[in-house]
Write a protein that binds this ligand. Structure first.
Ligand code: ATP
Length: 475
């Protein structure tokens, strides 16, 4: 760890030369890159290696001010063991012991599927090429197969959680983010959905919507099916409207959207359906209404005989016990046909095919780690401190007066057995204090980025301007 704590979690260890916690001093904060259900995500640079970008996820406190429980910390420590090319690496864990707020530092990825899909739909108005779709899907399944083999169910897979590396050695490599956090969220960190933040239900499996108490890795495969369809059509497959005043987790409109496309689930096809709480409780809407299937193939514009359609329909199988697994999906014929999936998903598959340039992440430089302070852009400083374009995104950060010390007391004494202690000292020097202001930035950039991030959170997916439906194709 950056603080030399071999247990792999940093807390209040202060540098003797400074009253700032050591872990903060490893980073130059660039700005906020996103806001999720549980907190804010920041882009930072490691001071000793400015080509290395880090995404720091700060978990907001719940209204009750609950902190991080030992159980949550144990879960996080386990996540540090996870090591796979298609899963985003958790490189550091920091706890502010004063308010028990939690900071997780991950490897940074420039793109995600939400932005890639949006770029094709709203900017270039053209489908994602078949090779890219296949390579993205294969890598997603590869990472998921690894997580499932390690008994980790993601539970919240959606396009914004599927990251894709930008320029560099790993360009075009998929990284699954936010895995395993659902278990940490459960308690004691309460989701901000209780505070009015929108939580996407579009990728939620029908067994969850119908109140299944025990669920399996099949819930992730349902989400992969929805994402696969969205990569093909550039449009979310099942866009239900979330209703707050409804018995959790029952969402009638979401089920309605699913049933319209796939038809009404039957006990014949899904024998354990009758055991699900909401199948019983809502006789009028769920059992009473008989849906005629629109036909999935007509919605995704695939031939019902195509391997792509075959794979998709196996991912969207109602009965979770019959749904295809990640390991089985990787063996599917779709991946054996031309074009085969590759490591860099963002290169064209055909010679002469146009390379799509995706925009870099907008960075809101007006928000600091506390998530509240408005930073005033001021004098540009020496170019030696400027962030290089490709790594830092299109925007740079305003100067600001100096670091904001986070008081830290007491580190929880964790004794995780057999855990690889990650020593950030090998990557990041500890010299100097946090100095997020040393990077110049044009005025106004931060607020634009903030607006864009807000838009993204509010994006209901019902935006006008979808391109005309793609023609059927077989691949
Ligand atoms: N390691 C990372 N590198 C780059 N961007 C990241 C990284 N992790 C998350 N992000 C981005 O930060 C933003 C917020 O992420 P976060 O996971 O907090 O929320 P979300 O996935 O949008 O929503 P929710 O928390 O409700 O699931 C997203 O745009 C996401 O793509």
């Amino acid at each position: 760890m950056g603080d030399g704590n071999s247990r792999g979690i940093s807390g209040n260890n202060n540098n003797s030369n400074s009253n700032r916690p050591e872990w903060l001093q490893q980073y130059d904060l660039i700005g906020k890159i996103g806001e999720g259900t549980y907190g804010l995500v920041f882009l930072a640079k490691i001071k000793s290696n400015r080509s290395k970008s880090i995404a720091i996820k700060k978990f907001k406190q719940s209204k009750d001010g609950d902190g991080v429980s030992p159980t949550a910390i144990r879960e996080i420590m386990l996540l540090r063991e996870i090591n796979h090319e298609n899963v985003v690496k958790l490189v550091n864990v920091h706890i502010n012991h004063v308010d028990m707020s939690l900071y997780l530092a991950f490897d940074y990825a420039e793109h995600d599927l939400y932005e890639i899909i949006r770029h094709h739909r709203d900017k270039v108005n053209q489908a994602i090429n078949p090779y890219t779709v296949k390579a993205l899907l294969w890598q997603l399944l590869n990472g998921l197969n690894y997580l499932h083999s390690n008994w980790i169910i993601h539970r919240d897979l959606k396009p914004s959680n599927i990251l894709v590396m930008g320029e560099g050695e790993e360009q075009g490599v998929v990284k699954i983010a936010d895995f395993g956090l659902a278990r940490i969220y459960q308690a004691p960190l309460k989701p901000l959905s209780e505070n009015g933040v929108v939580v996407t239900i579009w990728y939620r499996a029908p067994e969850l919507l119908l109140g299944a108490k025990h669920y399996t890795s099949a819930v992730d495969m349902w989400a992969v099916g929805c994402i696969f369809a969205e990569l093909l059509t550039l449009k979310p497959l099942f866009q239900g409207q979330e209703v707050k005043a409804t018995p959790n987790p029952f969402q009638l409109d979401q089920l309605d959207k699913i049933f319209r496309v796939l038809g009404h689930p039957t006990q014949e096809k899904w024998p354990t359906l009758v055991n699900l709480p909401h199948w019983h409780s809502d006789l009028q809407h769920i059992q009473g209404h008989k849906y005629d299937s629109l036909g999935l193939y007509s919605v995704v514009h695939l031939s019902p005989k195509s391997p792509a359609y075959d794979l998709l329909s196996k991912m969207l199988e109602y009965d979770p016990r019959k749904r295809i697994t990640a390991a089985q999906a990787l063996e599917h014929e779709y991946f054996r046909l031309d074009p085969p999936p590759g490591r860099n998903a963002l290169v064209p598959s055909q010679p002469g095919e146009k390379v799509v340039t995706y925009p870099t992440r907008p960075v809101d430089t007006t928000t600091d780690f506390e998530g509240t302070t408005s930073l005033q852009p001021s004098q540009p400083v020496s170019s030696g401190n400027a962030v290089s374009g490709s790594m830092a995104g299109p925007h740079v950060v305003p100067s600001r007066s100096g670091p904001r010390p986070v008081p830290m007391v007491g580190v929880p004494r964790m004794q995780p057995q057999g855990m690889a202690a990650y020593n950030l000292n090998s990557q990041a020097g500890m010299g100097g204090g946090m100095n997020p202001g040393n990077i110049p930035m044009p005025r106004g950039v931060g607020s634009q980025a903030h607006q864009q991030q807000q838009m993204r959170r509010k994006d209901s997916g019902m935006m006008p301007g979808y391109p005309p439906q793609q023609k059927s194709r077989r691949f």
